[in-house]
Design a protein around this ligand. Structure first.
Ligand code: ADP
Ligand code: MG
Length: 150
């Protein structure tokens, strides 16, 4: 299927896309966010995390690489990963991601640094690009996402 192009003229629009994704997000899913530095990946990740009920701060996980969200009141346990600093794909295993993957949704920045997730049916791939003052999201749903995004 053709990728979906979603204009994100401002951060409000990014928040709205985050809400749409959060509504249909399930355990075992991956939201793979690609795009250069400043493309808006963390902003969209935060929007999804907030929409799922996480009220507190959402630090950028660049240094910790993975950040987990499983407090009471959060609809779905989440792992927010930023693979920017991974030096080698082999390091992914050391992060222990597999311990979380089954029971949580994974939001991944710089997914290609971790070998990529697009081969997984439950991967929603989103590429963010700058467009005028805002952003453009190019959304490619895996098979497991068909008919889930209205
Ligand atoms: P990344 O994680 O891709 O490096 P960030 O999410 O940290 O990027 O965003 C970088 C900057 O872009 C931030 O200042 C943020 O406010 C801005 N930004 C994010 N989304 C949008 C948008 N849809 N329109 C305008 N500015 C945006
Ligand atoms: Mg970021």
């Amino acid at each position: 299927t053709a990728p979906l192009r979603v204009a994100l003229p401002d951060e409000k629009a990014t928040a709205a896309l985050g809400e749409r994704i959060a509504e249909v997000l399930r355990a075992g899913d991956v939201v793979a966010l690609s795009g250069g530095l400043g493309a808006g990946k963390t902003t969209l990740a935060r929007a999804i995390i907030a929409a799922l009920g996480h009220a507190g701060e959402v630090p950028s996980p660049t240094f910790a690489i993975i950040q987990t969200y499983d407090p009471p009141g959060v609809a779905l346990p989440l792992v927010h990963a930023d693979f920017y600093r991974l030096e080698d794909v082999g390091e992914v295993e050391e992060l222990g991601l597999d311990d979380y993957r089954d029971g949580a949704a994974l939001i991944a920045e710089w997914p290609e640094q971790a070998g990529g997730f697009a081969h997984e049916a439950n991967c929603l791939s989103i590429r963010l690009e700058t467009a005028d003052d805002g952003r453009l999201a190019i959304v490619e749903p895996g098979e497991g996402w068909l008919n889930r995004l209205p």
